[in-house]
Design a protein. Structure first.
Length: 279
């Protein structure tokens, strides 16, 4: 497969640690995922015997009924979250040959790999702080390889009220950031959500920030070392997005660690990178 990123896009990625590729995915790749989500929401409503009226499927309203569902019982949102990552159309997209071609192009490797457990459909609900991701790099939660890549794409059109992802431009060039395993300001956050940067305010202060507004079908390609965080969703709708992670078998640190996952694979970060964790 020929190169999928232009020279300008590749340069932007290397400079900034992320790049937006408009229209990377076709509607035929995205709509079946949205249809699957719509069907699962409907099945949960039906199974629970609820009187929630779910509108007919439309790409712009595939999640109709979900806000009413989680208002009835927040735990049902977790049921939907666990189910949607198993939609066949989503699994096919995770393993897309386009992703493989991008990894080969960006990392100049002949050994691309999919991060098992490193993919899912994220649901950022309105005003829900517990699962909002603060400033972080993906590497400590994923390990795999230092030069791993995140393929991120929204399923809803991003607006400022939905809380788009915010990036520290060029932060990947400064290497790994030390972390604490507990967020003292929000003890309800567990696992990867509880990781916080040491001296976070100082660490991110000097970077320019970017919050690209994207549409379904757009790709945001992100370096594993780029500092980023979820915005605050102050809208009345959940922010649905695809997260698909690939890595490079040939990268030396990943090879040394046996491509070990961290939280995503049930592994304690301190066990594989004790030098990163500050008490």
């Amino acid at each position: 497969m020929s190169a999928l990123l232009t020279t300008e896009q590749l340069e932007a990625f290397q400079r900034d640690g992320f790049v937006v590729v408009r229209g990377f995915y076709e509607a035929a790749e995205i709509e079946p995922i949205q249809r699957g989500i719509h069907a699962i929401i409907g099945l949960v409503i039906e199974e629970q015997g609820l009187t929630i009226e779910q509108p007919p499927f439309a790409p712009e309203n595939f999640d109709g009924g979900f806000q009413e569902l989680i208002a009835h019982d927040r735990a049902l949102g977790g049921c939907v979250y666990d189910a949607v990552k198993q939609i066949p159309a989503f699994i096919r997209l995770v393993a897309s040959t386009k992703h493989e071609a991008v990894v080969r192009q960006v990392r100049a490797t002949d050994q691309p790999a999919i991060a098992a457990g490193g993919y899912g459909i994220r649901i950022d609900n309105p005003q829900e702080e517990k699962f909002r991701a603060g400033w972080h790099q993906d590497y400590p939660a994923q390990i795999r390889s230092l030069d791993g890549l995140v393929f991120w794409s929204p399923l809803v059109a991003m607006t400022q009220k939905l809380g788009p992802v915010e990036f520290c431009v060029g932060s990947h060039r400064d290497g790994l950031a030390p972390v604490q395993e507990t967020d003292v300001t929000n003890p309800d956050k567990k696992g990867a959500y509880g990781l916080t940067l040491v001296d976070e305010e100082t660490r991110v202060a000097d970077y320019d920030k970017a919050t690209p507004l994207t549409e379904p079908g757009d790709l945001v390609l992100v370096d594993f070392l780029t500092l980023h965080r979820s915005g605050e969703n102050i809208s009345g709708r959940s922010r649905w997005s695809l997260q698909m992670r690939w890595f490079n078998f040939a990268e030396p640190t990943g090879r040394q660690l046996g491509w070990s996952g961290a939280y995503a694979a049930g592994q304690d970060l301190r066990a594989v990178h004790p030098e990163l964790v500050v008490d």
